[in-house]
Design a protein around this ligand. Structure first.
Ligand code: F6R
Length: 368
């Protein structure tokens, strides 16, 4: 049933091009019109939305963080992202015009479900992004956009994350379409790029041999730092989470701009640092991170750099350079996350750990 792979996780990582393609399927119509009729929210309802709040846990929360960058940019609607476990115990400010997006692979996560109920009590409208047909969260939500990842067996979430990103992008683009986009040309371009995402993820997977080697090489690492900026920041958090849960390595993700505000004190020659480099379409962001890499390198740390094809500026400062195909910054997490999944899986495997069933974890956290 593992289809020839050692682990479900590896199988699910490999399934990502298909999972992404299935989640896009039938949703981008002719002439680039998005079709999300299944969402069951009228255009007038969507036009009246004046705030979006994303609630989720773990990996799904990281997808929500990325959604904030995209949805705010495309729609100019303010987006908050909050851990479901915090949101549900707060006194959040919600109105009928607040759209709450609950992201959950399983659709059964207790904190996310309770947060959803908390939002509904205050008359907010709730949209679920979910991978499991008929689960409690989509049943209780006002609307749902399903991710079509297929069953995810490994405890660590991989293909669910990529498909959650796709669903978030589709919802953001749909909101922009319904409300009249501020940058229609950019939106059209994003749709074209999004349609190519399955192919880009496939290309990324074809380059993973050196990443697996790196996992084996660093199997005795006691700590690893992950840095990113903009949408690369949640990608860094996701890379750190994967490494913690699979390999029991103390890993932390930081916004690279925060380096000087504390974390740089951690950097020494025994600390591998993974840096997610934004594409050249955001030159300012890109330059900032190149200088971060230099600062880390100057302190003797091993730099593992994830950068897009053709980015030559990072070459002199990368001890290990991992190339990903070009995509606009907002979509780059679709490819930049993949090497981090593979890295954590390979490192855990090299340590002789059970990749599919890490200690202390359950696939679906239905208790609080
Ligand atoms: C990490 C992981 C968890 C889940 C989290 C939410 O690899 O799998 O962090 O993402 O427990 O689960 P769902 O999406 O089912 O609500």
């Amino acid at each position: 049933e593992k289809g020839g792979y050692d682990y479900f996780m590896l199988k699910e990582i490999e399934e990502q091009p298909r999972a992404v393609a299935d989640t896009l399927l039938g949703r981008i119509g002719d002439g680039g019109r998005l079709q999300l009729d299944e969402m069951r929210m009228s255009e007038s309802e969507l036009r009246s939305v004046d705030k979006v709040i994303v609630i989720a846990a773990g990996t799904a929360y990281h997808a929500g963080m990325i959604a904030k960058y995209a949805i705010e940019h495309w729609t100019r609607i303010p987006v908050e992202v909050e851990l479901a476990s915090e949101f549900r115990y707060r006194d959040p400010i919600l109105t009928r015009d607040t759209l709450v997006i609950a992201i959950s692979q399983s659709g059964e996560t207790a904190d996310t479900l309770m947060a959803l109920r908390h939002a509904k009590e205050q008359h907010a409208r709730v949209l679920a992004i979910c991978n499991t047909n008929g689960a409690t969260i989509p049943r209780e939500a006002d609307a749902v956009v399903y991710t079509h990842g297929g069953p995810e067996i490994a405890v660590a979430s991989t293909k669910a994350f990529l498909t959650q990103l796709i669903a978030c992008y589709l919802v953001g683009l749909y909101l922009a379409q319904v409300r009249g986009a501020k940058f229609p040309d950019e939106i059209q371009d994003i749709l074209i790029q999004l349609a190519q995402a399955p192919e880009k993820v496939r290309e990324t997977l074809d380059r993973m041999e050196p990443v697996k080697e790196l996992g084996r090489l660093l199997k005795d690492a006691e700590r690893v730092l992950f840095l990113g900026r903009h949408v690369g920041y949640p990608v860094a958090l996701e890379g750190a989470l994967k490494l913690k849960e699979l390999a029991y390595v103390h890993a932390e993700g930081f916004a690279a701009g925060e380096l000087k505000h504390g974390p740089i004190a951690l950097v020494d020659q025994d600390l591998p640092v993974v840096v997610v480099v934004p594409p050249a379409d955001r030159p300012l962001l890109h330059d900032k991170i190149v200088s971060n890499i230099q600062e880390i390198r100057a302190r003797g740390a091993r730099t593992i750099v994830i950068a897009e094809d053709g980015d030559e500026a990072v070459v002199p400062f990368a001890d290990t350079l991992i190339r990903v195909p070009e995509l606009p910054t907002l979509l780059q997490p679709l490819v930049a996350t993949v090497p981090l999944q593979v890295f954590a899986c390979a490192l855990a495997d090299a340590k002789g750990l059970d990749v599919d069933q890490p200690r202390n974890l359950a696939k679906s956290v239905t208790v609080e």
